[in-house]
Design a protein around this ligand. Structure first.
Ligand SMILES: [Zn+2]
Ligand SMILES: [Zn+2]
Length: 878
């Protein structure tokens, strides 16, 4: 309770951020306690990739939930926000294989063990970059519980899930046509494919009918695959080909015989209505081939090269080189009928952007339907809510059309599939621990070479991080979590899978609310990208403006369901806000006595009553906004309150009270600052802690100080009304001064025309205050403004006022000022009228906003009328 040293002259964010960042960690203020009797609030951090570098998307995705967590913690919740990183199989492979390639090496050349050794080494060296950057954002994460998806404990959870799902028949192995990236040399799941519309071609190729002079023309976008054709399909009702049913055609270049099959799935309108069937290289053909028992001939291998089966002419060629050569050979034989332009969607790898190759191979799959049904139910019944709710529709669309999930990847960095194959009898064993030999024939065994899809392990994040499969204290205390904040782009990759796996293995939803962040764009709403040169780097911004300014900017721009249009100017603005708070706090601190004085109700000034009433309203407003995740609204509320009410007005009024040694005003001022800091803390954690620690308040840290509650008893409508009158008179007096170049030090006489009895009495009672703040020699009240005294007239709320200028007024200047004021009022009237005429606005805006607009319009109409009268009086002096 003792006074500490005064605040530094100016706010310098860096040392303050370093000091409190370390203090919070050292004091364990973010460390959750599973034994706590307090209500819990828990979240898990979307684990950034170990290869990650902090970008603005992260900054947003970590700042918003941090605001919620800090708010909840101050409300007395036992908060856990658990951090960690993801091993990111493909991303790590890309990094390491690139550096291997520079040395003329490849993963195949160095082998699995050496590759993994390098990967772990790389992780130890660079894996901490993203976490160190994360700490600078001030995110209140419990680092004592940091996890990594390849930790031994987490790896055990992954294995357990695989083994259980396999035992239940929900994981199976199948020889299937999957998407494969020839560059990354792994298969990918359907949603890892990006479809891009490309300008392509349609090649028409002639296939001769066996034992006749007739031929059939087929069209294809990928002529190289014809080398793997094993059939020709037509629609059963297509009259053009009815005579070919049961016949065979000769495959050009290969001279193999292909049966003509009929199938309803053939589109008669596409090309010639006859299609080649390549079961090993096309998903539709794969299905057709299975149905009709066609052979599967693989002519393109996993690296995108032609196989021996493609024939000696083509074997070893890259797939695109083979395409050219096939076209050339067909042309030479006169079998290429024509080439047409043809735009179509082509799948690309989401990591390296290579063209995807359908690839036939043995893979592991999750039978998804039973899991998806449950995951749909919990969103349908409202157990899990998406914010904003429009994402629910997107979620359902995907979940209703979900396909089995291919989870094996031909990579090494990751969770190796816990399946072993017997070399002798082919038996498959799936187990937590490696068996020594085949449990059927005793033969030697080999473990599956593949690892699991990274999303398989991150799908377990909400419970795997809490110690599952053990029934830990943490798991009991903190699961299910309360909030998941993430980007819309990983609703399917991640959110849906966490829901499915959480329900399956915990029997409970993994989180209650899913908050979907917008994208951070530039001011012209363009995506930030290197090529556009419009990237705003969060670390650079922190260096320039401080973390608090960056955080506040992101909160102020975060309108649910909208992308953010970010600019550096915004951050400059909120840096100024931080400085404003700093300077106001310095003033308050310099005026505080060594002990905190008490509030005596009888001594409360109008301004004291007013700021307490406003504090009560703003506190309630913040609570409402944050409960609804309306960060922008909360930020706007606290910003305007601090700047335009506390700093601009209350401090000015309080100066008067302080001069009169009113201890109650001192107490109200100190208490208001304390509350303001606590209200603002979740948004601007560093500056608020620094100032708060200088206040004569009890408590270790603002981090765990109670979040202010709205004091219902402070609501004081009379004080707010009277204060509005004072503000109007003072503001108008200042405007008249400015317009007539009357210096603030020149004391002037002000005459107020009496308005309503209540209003006039309210103003009269505060005459001394108004005189001080408006710099008046005297404040007089009259039934009418005296004519012919060269009064400078204005309108302040319900009052007409007249200032007696220290020197005779310049009529021209005065006219200009009134005209300017009139134009300003007219413009605002037009704006509000337009708003109110908009049926959409009136229907959708909250009732109080509409009412506020109507009241403001009334006020402005009166003002316009009176200003007009004053102007007329000037032009025609009576
Ligand atoms: Zn790739
Ligand atoms: Zn065996």
């Amino acid at each position: 309770m003792s006074m500490t040293k005064e605040l530094a002259k100016a706010y310098d964010p860096k040392p303050v951020e370093e000091k409190w960042g370390a203090f919070w960690q050292d004091e364990g203020l973010f460390t959750a306690d599973p034994k706590s009797a307090k209500p819990k609030f828990s979240m898990v951090l979307p684990p950034p990739n170990v290869t990650g570098i902090l970008h603005m998307g992260h900054a947003l995705c970590f700042t918003l939930p941090d605001i919620i967590t800090r708010w909840k913690r101050m409300q007395g919740y036992n908060c856990l926000w658990l951090p960690g990183t993801d091993h990111a199989s493909i991303a790590v492979h890309n990094v390491i294989e690139k550096s291997l390639a520079e040395k003329g090496l490849s993963r195949e050349k160095i082998g699995r063990d050496e590759f993994l050794r390098i990967a772990w080494e790389w992780k130890a060296k660079y894996g901490g970059v993203i976490t160190a950057q994360l700490k600078r954002l001030g995110a209140s994460l419990d680092w004592s519980r940091e996890r990594f998806t390849m930790d031994p404990g987490f790896s055990r959870a992954v294995k357990q899930v695989f083994v259980s799902l396999y035992a239940e028949g929900l994981i199976y192995r199948d020889y299937f046509l999957v998407n494969r990236c020839p560059h990354c040399r792994t298969v990918l799941s359907d949603i890892e494919i990006e479809h891009k519309d490309l300008k392509g071609k349609l090649w028409h190729i002639r296939y001769k009918v066996e034992g006749s002079d007739e031929s059939v023309v087929v069209a294809t976008t990928r002529p190289e695959t014809m080398l793997g054709d094993t059939g020709l399909a037509v629609h059963p009702d297509d009259e053009r080909y009815a005579h070919l049913h049961g016949k065979r055609v000769i495959l050009p270049l290969q001279n193999r015989l292909l049966p003509v099959i009929t199938d309803e799935r053939v589109e008669r309108e596409f090309g010639t209505g006859a299609v080649k069937v390549t079961p090993a290289h096309d998903p539709v053909d794969f299905e057709l081939g299975k149905k009709h028992g066609l052979e599967q001939v693989i002519v393109i291998d996993g690296q995108g090269k032609m196989t021996e089966a493609a024939g000696p002419e083509f074997a070893g060629l890259d797939r695109f080189a083979a395409r050219a050569k096939v076209v050339e050979a067909l042309t030479a034989q006169g079998l290429l009928v024509k080439i047409e332009d043809h735009d179509h969607a082509v799948g690309h790898c989401y990591r390296c952007k290579s063209v995807i190759e359908p690839h036939l191979s043995w893979q592991w799959f999750v039978r998804i339907k039973p899991l998806a049904d449950e995951a749909i139910r919990v969103v349908e019944d409202g157990s899990i809510e998406f914010i904003p709710p429009n994402w629910t529709k997107t979620y359902f669309e995907w979940m209703y059309n979900i396909h089995d999930w291919c989870i094996s990847r031909q990579l090494w960095w990751g969770h190796r599939i816990p399946a072993w194959y017997c070399r002798d009898c082919g038996r498959i064993m799936v187990a937590m621990d490696a068996p020594e030999k085949c449990d059927k024939c005793g033969g030697p065994i080999d473990q599956d070479e593949d690892v699991l899809d990274t999303w398989f392990s991150s799908g377990l994040w909400p419970f795997g991080t809490l110690g599952w499969p053990d029934e830990t204290e943490d798991l009991r205390a903190f699961y299910p979590t309360d909030l998941m904040s993430t980007g819309f782009d990983i609703i399917f990759f991640w959110v849906a899978r966490m829901i499915m796996l959480g329900l399956k293995f915990r029997g409970e939803i993994p989180f209650r609310h899913v908050f979907i962040n917008g994208l951070v764009r530039d001011l012209k709403r363009r995506k930030m990208s290197k090529s556009e040169g419009n990237i705003i780097d969060p670390l650079e911004m922190i260096g320039k403006y401080g973390t608090d300014a960056l955080r506040f900017t992101l909160a102020a721009l975060a309108v649910p369901g909208m992308d953010l249009a970010l600019s550096e100017e915004r951050m400059t603005g909120y840096q100024a806000f931080a400085n404003k708070i700093w300077n106001a706090s310095r003033f308050v601190l310099m005026n505080l006595k060594s002990e905190r004085p008490e509030v005596r109700d009888a001594d409360l000034t109008l301004a004291d009553r007013w700021i307490r009433s406003r504090l009560s309203a703003v506190t309630a407003g913040l609570d409402e906004s944050l409960t609804q995740y309306k960060f922008y609204e909360a930020a706007d509320l606290i910003y305007h309150f601090i700047w335009h009410e506390f700093c601009d007005w209350y401090i000015e009024f309080a100066k008067v009270g302080l001069r009169e040694a009113n201890a109650t005003t001192e107490a109200v001022l100190a208490d208001a600052l304390d509350r303001i800091l606590r209200l603002l803390h979740p948004f601007m954690p560093f500056i608020t802690e620094e100032i708060w620690q200088h206040l004569p308040v009890a408590g270790k840290s603002i981090v765990v100080a109670p979040y202010p509650k709205a004091e219902a008893g402070w609501k004081d409508e009379a004080a707010e009304k009277t204060m509005a009158l004072l503000q109007a008179v003072i503001t108008e007096t200042r405007t008249i001064r400015a317009g007539n170049k009357i210096a603030p030090k020149d004391k002037v006489r002000l005459i107020v025309k009496r308005a309503g009895r209540e209003e006039t009495a309210g103003l009269e009672a505060q005459a001394a205050l108004v005189k001080t703040l408006a710099g008046l020699a005297s404040l007089e009240f009259a039934a009418a403004l005296p004519e012919g005294e060269g009064l400078l007239k204005g309108v302040a709320g319900p009052f007409e006022i007249g200032m007696v200028p220290p020197k005779p007024a310049d009529i021209g200047q005065e006219r200009d000022r009134l005209q300017k004021d009139l134009a300003k009022a007219a413009a605002e009237i037009e704006k509000i009228e337009r708003k109110l005429a908009n049926a959409d606005f009136v229907a959708k805006a909250p009732a109080e906003v509409v009412a506020e607009n109507r009241a403001r319009l009334e006020e402005l109409l009166t003002r316009r009328e009176k200003l007009g009268q004053n102007l007329a009086g000037l032009a025609d002096p009576s």
